[in-house]
Design a protein around this ligand. Structure first.
Ligand code: C2E
Ligand code: CA
Ligand code: CA
Ligand code: CA
Length: 279
């Protein structure tokens, strides 16, 4: 039995080394991806649950790797954070999303807000607010048409500092959403102090809202709490009519999910944009 254990361990070890080597390779590729123009943004509409009108869109990064094909952000964003490459990549995302939104406005679409995800490491950068300001100036996008999504965990290290940064962002005229809400640990007490405008109900809770289970207790509680704090609520990961109906009945403000559309590259998003009510 001992030798089997050892063999298993060696197998395990070589698998770990393989994984580490894989990550190292991917990190190198990631470093070159910006220069080689391998990233693009996909946009997913956010719509009002009562009118069906588009109120905004979330920008989501996509990486088309020359050999591996699409690498999902779930895989490379954590790596980008570890290697600090998230700084230039995040700046590229913000710049591209703002420039695209401005271009759509200039083309005559009803102005809507673009939401950009900020990672924890980005959020902690001392020059974050200056960088955002520069991007708005360079792209000419008005601040009310930009929204930033952060997760609760961002605030864990230093709550006071995080709140200060949020205020500085708000002072620029930019809204803030708490992403994946309900999966983190921020206390209600902090939530009350955060200068934020929106809560996004995590898709894991929306997924449980099936016809059979009707497991809607958590979304119901989040909606009630958000409204009592004067916050807007967006449900993410809405895939079915049943989920849409349950959320609507409970007064959820907006939704985002495959039921309306998958995240789409700019050109395809534009076609969808045309077809949605309110355009
Ligand atoms: P997230 O911010 O929570 O984004 C929502 C994710 O849910 C996206 O995955 C989106 O494609 C997916 N989604 C949307 N609707 C549905 C649906 O109806 N059903 C299901 N099953 N999924 C849906 P994606 O694009 O793979 O992104 C994964 C995560 O990677 C994001 O989660 C975000 O944390 C991160 N990410 C993506 N783009 C960026 C970025 O530009 N910057 C940073 N810092 N993080 C990003
Ligand atoms: Ca998000
Ligand atoms: Ca989310
Ligand atoms: Ca998420």
């Amino acid at each position: 039995a001992k030798s089997i254990g050892r063999n298993n361990y060696q197998l395990f070890e070589s698998a770990m080394n393989k994984r580490a080597a894989e990550r190292l390779l991917l990190a190198g590729d990631l470093r070159r991806a910006l220069e080689r123009d391998e990233f693009f943004l996909a946009y997913q509409p956010q719509v009002c649950l009562t009118s069906g009108r588009i109120t905004g869109m979330e920008a989501l990064i996509r990486w088309q790797h020359p050999e591996r094909g699409f690498v999902s952000p779930g895989e490379f964003i954590p790596l980008a954070e570890e290697t600090k490459l998230i700084i230039p990549i995040g700046e590229w995302v913000l710049y591209t999303a703002c420039r695209q939104n401005k271009a759509w406005q200039d083309a005559g679409f009803t102005p809507v807000c673009v939401s950009v995800n900020l990672s924890a490491f980005q959020f902690g950068q001392p020059n974050l607010v200056a960088m955002i300001k520069k991007v708005l100036e360079e792209t000419g996008l008005e601040p009310q048409y930009l929204n930033l999504e952060i997760t609760e965990s961002i605030t864990m290290n230093n709550v006071e500092r995080a709140i200060n940064t949020m205020h500085e962002i708000n002072d620029l005229g930019i809204g803030i959403s708490i992403d994946d809400f309900g999966t983190g640990y921020s206390s209600l007490n902090y939530l009350k102090k955060f200068p934020i405008q929106t809560l996004k109900i995590d898709q894991s809770f929306v997924r449980d809202m099936t016809e059979e289970h009707q497991d809607v207790a958590i979304p119901t509680a989040i909606i009630a709490m958000a409204h009592s704090l004067n916050l807007k609520v967006i449900a993410e990961g809405v895939e079915t009519e049943v989920q849409q109906q349950m959320l609507r009945e409970r007064g959820c403000d907006e939704m985002q999910g495959y039921l309306i559309s998958r995240p789409l590259p700019a050109l395809e998003f534009e076609k969808l944009f045309h077809s949605l009510p309110g355009q």
